[in-house]
Ligand binder design. Sequence first.
Ligand code: T4K
Length: 443
Amino acid sequence: MADLPHKATEIATGTARAAGDVLAARPVTHLCAAVLGGPPAFRRTLHVGQPNMPDQKAFLKRMQHILDSGRLTNWGPMVQEFESRVAGIAGAKHCIVTNNATTGLELAIAGMGMSGDVIVPSFTFVATVHALWRQGVRPVFCDIDPVRHCLDVACVEAAITSRTTGILGVHLWGNSCASDALRDLARRHDLKLLFDAAHAFGCQPGRPDGAYLGDAAVYSFHATKCVHAFEGGAIVTDDDDLAARLRLMVNFGFAGEDVVTYLGTNAKMSEASAAMGLTSLESMHLFFDHNRENYTAYAAGLADVPGVELMPRSANRVHNFQYVVTAIDPEQAGLSRDELVAALRLENVFARRYFYPGCHRMQPYAGLSPRAGQTLPVTEAVADRVMILPTGMALSARDVARVCARIAAIVQHAPKVRAALRHCTDPRLPDFARAADTAAGPH
Ligand code: T4K
């Protein structure tokens, strides 16, 4: 569907041009933000995590093959091929695919023998922490570094006690944890090292980094991920024994037709999901390249917007650019992150405040570590400022330029936008920005 051609505003100010021209198109004084009564930037809604659609013909051909063969699930040929492709891309000896990453994390936690306390960031999707809790493991929240948003190694070291059995790091936004340092720490203290790599499929560190996969790592192939299998996950590891155990656990613990040798569950991926995963893999580099182009357009379009900072990405690293991460400085922008997210909703741009407010403020973890608010200063600051912007195949670089132009216009008129939001009752506003709450700002 075409975007709204606001020629009277955007073309007059030059903002309807290609991404690289956005800077030249300033000032944007005449561009009226939707919250101030202008038409929305987009007729359709732009989402974070809108699925990338791979080649439909190739997918349907695989589906036909599945239907013809009668093999629908239980480690069929599609799943086997997908496992071998994922292991190859990850550079791991073994891959066990699962029905989603959350189950994959739970199985890895149990299979690795984690118990007692495990150190984990609070700044992550809540599934990371739920997986521990559901396996009877107490999460010990640790702060993150402000640049990569991954575990701060010094904080991890300080948090280790006699109850600690492992570290669960998150390669957040596809960034790499300080994996070598975490591996050394884990070895010195005889701890297990697991990585939640839900965001990081296809990402590779810039230099050889044998620790990137830890003792095991878990990918997500959820529909919102760059490469997806509708729903899906994968555990990768170089550990033969762990892999053998996990393969049993994924399938109820069955070691033979009626021989059960281990506590297991049903975490199997279906052939239909694997067919989507394989087809999605065939377009992986197309998706990555497209995301990189969008990232470049965001970098150009946001370069001069005060208070809106784009998280840098290392050029010497393979990156899926799946998440476009910005940090909002309310002093400079004149608006809080929440106000900017709210104003963008009226443009039909659904930016997200992942992963506010941090797991330590969610149930059942709030109250678990009462001092977490003080011991996680970076987490608290980052959770209040991060805004994720849409990308993926659903957006062109030109769309990105338009999003940036609207952000610039909103920031330029920040006092008026703030006042307008106080009285706004538009149903598209997120719950946290309903008229009565908006003035309160973040916690
Ligand atoms: N660890 C980390 C660090 C994670 O981020 C995640 C998941 C996990 C572990 C667990 O992985 P899985 O068990 O899910 O494999 C989404 C995803 O559900 C979740 O997978 C993801 N991370 C998380 C960051 O985001 P929501 O609830 O914020 O997204 P949702 O469902 O609102 O989707 C975003 C938008 O995308 C929708 O508003 C509309 C659009 N959309 C979405 C789907 C699913 C579509 O257009 N079509 C679709 O089919 O959680």
